[in-house]
Design a protein around this ligand. Structure first.
Ligand SMILES: [Zn+2]
Length: 290
């Protein structure tokens, strides 16, 4: 094992300790409150026109944008949900095979979409393998491009590049590339692209994976502050009032049962803790506009 791998493993272990987890959660709520205070009113952006949400995995659409989706469908506005991967690799299980898990997650996704007012005809599963999106980058750009041209949405919500997951970062880049190509070719006019934050508060979102431990500590201290200061200067975050849609959003998040509960009773089956889900189900959803 080389030094860089050592550092990375050590940093990950340290970040998973209960004390570090508590500290990270506290900092993330401070960060989220700070973003909310510096956000512009985003309601006006979404109260007209059609929306397409691009999610890397089944559940990101609900965690990141569930309230906004429900707000739009409650006004009779069209929403298309595109999910890039089938989620077959979210768990390593003795009792459920990857193909079965993918099938289950597709069913959960349709239940979640229904809770948000989106019918099955408006849910598109691209079927890529989760954890391996970077390897399929060109194909992902092509498939997103095809859908973007077909639907020509007025708003497009994509995952943030600041997220601590390489599938999320790759889907961000792929969606940006697809939109740029469709706009240049004249297939897309006036589409506003915004990004949603899911795992941005995790330490991995802010450090270079091959950095030494002292360097990682320095990055952890400086990069989030630089990010917040940049947002404060540019005011490139908007907030959408989703308070009335918390019940719908909670139902959508919980519809992803394989992610929010231990469906196999295996001790290693990791779930998104209920309090983390509740953090996502606040009365506001935040989007970056640049
Ligand atoms: Zn995800």
């Amino acid at each position: 094992m080389d030094q860089s791998v050592n550092s990375s493993v050590l940093a990950r272990r340290a970040a998973r300790s209960p004390i570090a987890q508590r500290a990270i959660r506290s900092l993330s709520s401070v960060g989220t409150r700070w973003l909310q205070r510096n956000a512009r009113d985003g309601n006006i952006i979404f109260d007209t026109g059609s929306l397409m949400v691009i999610a890397p995995h089944p559940d990101d659409e609900s965690l990141g944008c569930g309230g906004t989706i429900a707000r739009k469908t409650s006004q009779g506005l069209p929403v298309t949900v595109v999910v890039v991967t089938d989620g077959r690799n979210s768990h390593n299980s003795e009792t459920i095979k990857p193909a079965e898990l993918a099938e289950l997650r597709a069913a959960e996704l349709l239940d979640a979409a229904a809770a948000l007012g989106v019918g099955p005809e408006d849910v598109r599963l691209l079927g890529f393998e989760d954890g391996h999106v970077p390897e399929s980058y060109d194909d992902v750009v092509r498939q997103i491009g095809k859908l973007v041209r077909e639907v020509a949405p007025n708003q497009l919500l994509i995952p943030s590049r600041q997220d601590a997951h390489r599938d999320h970062r790759t889907v961000h880049d792929a969606a940006r590339a697809a939109v740029e190509a469709a706009t240049e070719a004249g297939h897309l006019v006036d589409c506003q692209v915004l990004s949603y934050l899911i795992w941005f508060w995790k330490p991995e979102a802010w450090v270079d994976p091959d950095a030494s431990v002292p360097r990682m500590c320095a990055q952890l201290l400086t990069r989030p502050v630089a990010f917040m200061r940049q947002i404060g200067r540019t005011r490139t975050v908007v907030a959408v009032d989703t308070d009335r849609f918390r019940t719908a959003k909670r139902a959508a998040v919980n519809a992803h049962r394989s992610q929010t509960s231990n469906i196999t009773d295996e001790p290693g089956w990791r779930t998104i803790p209920a309090d983390v889900c509740e953090d996502f189900i606040s009365g506001q959803e935040l989007y970056l506009t640049d």
